[in-house]
Design a protein around this ligand. Structure first.
Ligand code: FES
Length: 323
């Protein structure tokens, strides 16, 4: 999406409520400043919001889709991230307005009705899954199980809600205290598909592990949301040069700034959407140089001559792009 397309779709929403719901995690209630209904959404959708730091970030909606007058998002402050969550959690307050692109669903789009639905959430990955569960509870077929993991109880958003009586036989909440020996064993749950559909959202390690355990499930029955995005900045990052072959220009990409933002800062119009290495919009042909791929999109084959410029950097002193 170009900057012009992005701004044409953007709506300004009022931060009607900001509330801590777990350690370093805040729930934001976003409403129309005029009290109108908001663009509708389906369970599993996300919005793209622009915190004061200026970088667009995707946030899953965690409320029920039938609530037409508000969006709820929960944001965990990631001190090792690229700054979007820090800006959202520390610089956005009740009464502020925030620019938001309407909801998009890349996660919960299955049209089939499974015998049962298995939800697996790690950390803040509960957000799209909460919306899907609230939606499911409105339906006739409401058979589901939720397996929700965090390191400690303090890090678990909506913990009291899921400990409530309505969820007693449907929810497993587990904390591994950062000890690999205490990780919940999902194999007995996933060994036999039994007509189930699976939705998983959480840290990469959890999703990789669930992918491994469901390799024998049909592709259409397993759904993942890479909401957390690609690898964040690393302490070892160094500046490098980006050379644009077609426009015959070259710029330094500083530490802490993406190739995408570097190009924008120099007036180039570059399409993007997630800006977290998960959607594929900023795919760019690589002509020369050794990339440091950090996206979750490209195949090993594609990595030879393509790069996601919203997250990836360079291992060589320069990269030449087909731009
Ligand atoms: S903008 Fe989505 S992968 Fe780069």
């Amino acid at each position: 999406m170009t900057d012009a397309e992005r701004s044409a779709k953007t709506i300004s929403l009022l931060v009607a409520r900001k509330q801590a719901v777990a350690l370093d995690t805040f729930l934001f209630e976003l409403k129309s400043p005029t009290g109108d209904d908001l663009p509708s959404f389906t369970p599993g959708s996300h919005i793209t919001a622009k915190p004061p730091s200026g970088q667009s970030r995707r946030y899953s909606l965690c409320n029920a889709p039938h609530e037409r007058d508000r969006y709820l998002i929960a944001v965990k402050k990631e001190t090792t991230g690229r700054g979007g969550s820090i800006s959202m959690t520390t610089q956005v307050h009740e009464g502020d307005t925030i620019e938001v692109e309407p909801p998009v669903n890349e996660f919960g789009n299955s049209r089939t009705t499974p015998a049962t639905t298995i939800f697996i959430a790690g950390g803040i990955g509960i957000t799209p899954i909460r919306s899907m569960i609230l939606h499911l509870l409105q339906q006739e077929n409401r058979d589901f199980r939720l397996y929700y993991f965090t390191r400690t109880p303090e890090l678990m958003a909506f913990r009291d809600e899921f400990l409530g009586p309505g969820y007693a036989d449907k929810v497993v909440l587990h904390h591994d205290n950062g000890d690999p020996e205490q990780v919940y064993d999902l194999w007995p749950i996933l060994e036999n598909q039994n007509g189930a559909h699976l939705y998983c959202c959480g840290p990469k390690g959890l999703m990789d592990s669930v992918r491994d355990m469901t390799g024998h499930w049909s592709d259409s029955s397993v759904h993942f949301e890479d909401f957390i995005g690609a690898t964040a900045a690393k302490a070892t990052d160094t500046p490098f040069e980006v050379i644009l072959e077609k426009s015959n220009s070259r710029y330094e990409v500083p530490v802490g700034v993406s190739i995408l933002d570097t190009l924008r800062n120099h007036g180039h119009i570059v399409p993007s959407s997630c800006e977290s290495g998960t959607c594929g919009t900023c795919r760019t042909r690589l002509i020369a140089g050794e990339p440091d791929h950090r996206d979750l999109v490209l195949s090993e084959k594609e990595k030879k001559n393509e790069i996601m410029i919203c997250v990836s950097r360079a291992k060589s002193p320069s990269l030449t792009l087909d731009l």
